[in-house]
Design a protein. Sequence first.
Length: 184
Amino acid sequence: MTTEAKKKKQKKTESFTQVGGATVDMQGLALALGLSLPTIRTRLREGLPCVQQGGRGAAWVFDLAECVKWHTDRAVAKAVGDVGDEVPKAVLDRRLLVAQVRCKEIEAAKLSGEVAPIEEMERALTAAFVEVRQALLSIPERTALRLMAADDETEIKVILEEEIDLALNALSEADLLEKVEDAD
């Protein structure tokens, strides 16, 4: 840190401590709360308490303890958010109605077959993965003799691509959900 920066920092600290312990000016309050001056002005519009309003050469004066309490209470209220008692009944009724409509829409989608239960989809995907795994693992056994007879790299690639395509086509043509339903 340069000496000039140290002097500036010391000057800011001195101006804060010179104001006193119980009351501070706007700059001192900003330093104490760790806020900028524009934020302090915004907080004033929101109800930050002051001992004396500034203007026409007069400085703002704040009771530091009172301002810290107000700032803390504001932060707590903001963190907690709306409590159930503060939400109007009409808003709660509207939320309930929206939730009920969504539930009915989901039930209708289930009945019409537009959506499937998660457990059913898990079983279908597990069956699909097992089928793909078996098809891919059987490629070496099915292709060993043909690969040994192959003359060059291109022919080997063609044989392997054909076998992989066969395995994937079998999967794409299969009705996975039907297989799961048959198993049940």
